[in-house]
Write a protein that binds this ligand. Structure first.
Ligand SMILES: [Zn+2]
Length: 226
């Protein structure tokens, strides 16, 4: 049973409402004098709906906590949360363990750069695998895959069949990455954003509408900025 939520009471409210946020917060809004037992009963009644929504959000990954590049930062990569540990030292190198991002660097600037290189390397590996997987499914043959750093786009597909993907996308979840991969590969069939294009996208990634929305929101929040 689901029990972890915040109650927000307001004099202006007439009804009880439940909001669920992408960072998995659950907020119950209620009129000022609404009885506590009735409120608890309402949440209990809605608990399976809440659980379901939380599961949906969890699939698309937790919202990215703000990074300071100091030890203790929590960083979400492909939807999995790692704890950052920074060591002072001349290597300027990062690596990933089961639960941690370990970085040895001489300054915060170098820490950030080492982290960017780590993400780039991880992206090269992960994205190549997903491109192969979905290219088979869509029966397309991209000419090349390049991983690079774009400031404000997640990928492009050129008319030549060359696909470029932004390694920052690894700061979102596996589902979002799959959506971006499918989006770019679908341009090999429909070189536009027509209805026919979205049909192709939907054939390989049915939940694309939600993925687009989540991606837009997390970009706006700056989750994918370094
Ligand atoms: Zn497109």
């Amino acid at each position: 049973m689901f029990t972890d939520f915040t109650i927000k009471r307001s004099a202006k409210r007439r009804t009880v409402g439940i909001s669920i946020y992408p960072d998995l917060r659950v907020v119950v809004s209620a009129p000022f004098r609404y009885p506590e037992e009735k409120l608890q009963a309402f949440v209990r009644e809605k608990s399976s709906w809440i659980e379901e929504k939380l599961k949906e959000f969890a699939k698309y990954g937790p919202a990215q906590p703000k990074r300071t590049y100091q030890s203790g930062d929590r960083i979400s990569i492909l939807g999995k949360t790692y704890v950052l540990k920074v060591f002072e030292g001349p290597l300027n190198q990062a690596h990933l363990t089961e639960n941690e991002v370990l970085i040895e660097a001489t300054s915060t600037k170098r820490t950030k750069e080492a982290f960017a290189r780590l993400l780039h390397a991880q992206a090269a590996q992960h994205l190549k695998g997903r491109i192969i997987h979905f290219a088979n499914q869509l029966r397309v043959q991209p000419k090349s895959l390049t991983i690079k750093d774009y400031k404000s786009r997640w990928g492009t597909c050129k008319s030549t069949g060359d696909i470029v993907l932004n390694w920052r996308i690894l700061l979102s979840s596996e589902a979002i990455v799959d959506y971006v991969v499918v989006h770019e590969l679908s341009h090999l069939i429909e070189f536009n954003h027509s209805r026919a294009f979205w049909r192709v996208v939907g054939s390989a990634f049915p939940d694309y509408k939600r993925a687009r929305k989540v991606l837009r929101e997390s970009s706006r929040r700056g989750d994918l900025d370094l």
